[in-house]
Design a protein around this ligand. Sequence first.
Ligand SMILES: Nc1ncnc2c1ncn2[C@@H]1O[C@H](COP(=O)(O)OP(=O)(O)OP(=O)(O)O)[C@@H](O)[C@H]1O
Ligand SMILES: [Mg+2]
Length: 328
Amino acid sequence: MSDDYEYIEKELEISNLKGVGDVTAKKLKEAGIYTIQDLLLYSPIYISEITGIPVERAEKLVLQGYEYLKDLGLVPKDFTSATELLEQRRARKFIKTGSNNLDDMLKGGIPTQAVTEFYGEFGSGKTQLCHTLAVNVQLPEEDGGLNKSAIYIDTENTFSPDRIIEIALNKKLDPTEVLKNIVVGRPYNTVILLNMVKKLPEIIKKNNVGFIAIDSAVGPFRAEYLGRGRLSERQQLLNRFMHDLLRIAEVYDVAIVITNQVQARPDVMFGDPTRPIGGHVVAHAVTYRIYLKKAKAADLRIASIVDSPEHPPREVLFRITEAGISDP
Ligand SMILES: Nc1ncnc2c1ncn2[C@@H]1O[C@H](COP(=O)(O)OP(=O)(O)OP(=O)(O)O)[C@@H](O)[C@H]1O
Ligand SMILES: [Mg+2]
């Protein structure tokens, strides 16, 4: 880590905010809020809930933190020109998937500062993609990676170190190193999952993380909150979860991929009768949605990008091989 990085880290400590004394700093840190960036991940109401600081005070802190980061040039100004927005866009980096078809469809690969959702039926390749990306992010930039490490949140117990080794060897990488650079979390319920998300900023900074997979992200909520009676509770939690992810992706410049299954739509007579789980909450919170389907050949899959304002509707083919994702 460069001196520059450490300097910025000091600048961002929560105690730098005017009016944050030792007591407040301690309360915030106990709630996992160490830096001014962390503060901006949450709503004032939520900060108040987890720290016991009055809401009005929390509101002031968030605004103050926002101004502080603006002065440092670390968050965009309230109003930005279209040119500046374009520059911000260009600052986004991409992780290559291993399939040129898929990368082309995504205009370069899986972007940082965004949450990309892959949904599809069992065996459609969601987990294979996450494994491949956890390896690819470690490649140097000129080879399509970010030269950074990965976090894999495995809610279905399908993360496979052996598969990582296989993919790494096929890419002529040292499998021991590659495994070392993947932190795996195995939350067995949504409470633990939500708690893990709170800890992400710390791990991102400590491990220089560029990619986070959450495989699967929506499934655990569906499994725990069964029935109509618990639907609104489920959607509220899911909403907070999704928005936390998006803020983390933006603030820490990481690429987040979530996976999701499909469910049958009883109301659809024509066309594809499936849709992703999670309803509007997930649909609105993800930056890009990609639908994966099986093709005729056993190793081929079809990917299509759904409802994107910046990508034309299109279907592409990719392959699942020993080396991970590739072109047919
Ligand atoms: N080592 C490998 N080499 C080549 N292909 C593999 C390998 N391992 C798995 N596959 C392929 O990947 C498919 C499984 O895909 P994957 O596990 O990513 O599905 P998924 O979309 O995550 O499904 P689910 O919804 O059940 O989690 C297998 O059917 C197989 O075709
Ligand atoms: Mg899977």
